[in-house]
Design a protein around this ligand. Sequence first.
Ligand SMILES: [Mn+2]
Length: 384
Amino acid sequence: MRIIHLGDLHLGKTLGEYSLIRDQEYILNQILDIVKEKDVNAVLIAGDVYDRSLPSEAAVNLLDSFLSKLAAMCIKTYIISGNHDSEDRLEYGSRLFSSRGIHITSKFNGELVKATTEDEFGELNIYMLPFIKASRVRYYCNDNSIETYEDAVRTVIEQADVDWSERNILIAHQFVTGDSSPQIAGSEGASVQNVGLVEQISSEIFKDFDYVALGHLHSPQSVGYDHIRYSGSVLKYSLNEAFSSKSVPLINIGEKGSVEIELLRLSPFRDLRHITGKLNQILKEENIVDPDDYIYVTLTDEEIINDVMGIVQQYYLNTVKIDYQNSHTKEIENFDIGDIVSDKSFEEIISDFYLKMYGVDISDEELDVMMSVAREAGVINEAD
Ligand SMILES: [Mn+2]
């Protein structure tokens, strides 16, 4: 059986002021071409189908069209919700759609949903775990010992009573780590940028599945094991990804124990690029390439240029952002905040800050509160 793994479509996402809907339509069409050319039997979508819990009309239309085309080609499709999706809205119509091979599991109701499909080697189980938090599982499983996300997911898997002699795939949308920290693309959102230890799940707990299709992190990567993998988002969604590329894992599952993974490169309609240099260099005719791309510009000019966005946009229509890197910005970067506070007591720093923010002196009562909090947090010693 041949399966492709997608995740983090973020349909409806914008880049600066630009809607990416045409780019997303283009990339989904490219994926449909892959499905045809590679004779794919099933598609997995590992959450963050939409960018927002209330998706735009264009985003809903695009998903509708994509799923209709997959159904018309008789491709079995398995979708879970991510943290960006509304579980209720994504769940809409799912019982009807399943009769056409589109399986959506958007709400976690206490157990791991299992869908079963078949090929010449027998049955293949596809377990679908929408994005969950520990509190949800604690509630449903009535188990107060569940504290971390790892406890939660392990409990859900244990209770599913998986037959490990069969072929099993898991689709999940969580922060999973291998031996080292996973690569973060920068467009995942605050919940990933500031992920705490409680939310991190070791890939060890997934290793007995034949393949684990993960969503949540936007950089394509495996975690801990080759068969536990983030597909990555289908497009570059942040400046940090300017020098990376996107791909789709094609998984060829044979008899139990036989899994081959091939990464198929995706090429976007418009790329996202980062250009650095002096304005007159960047805009020289021979240096202008692919003027429709999404462009981030870092100017090294020493002087601030008036209406620079207007100027650059005459050449690069889809310029997202322009910033500077020159001797002034370096001075600011090298500026050590320690220099201001080095000879001041905590009390003085807080009082100065308060005055700056509110324009009046901090009261004795407020200062007492701050001092006791600082003592409790270990910022200052009892003696201070
Ligand atoms: Mn995402």
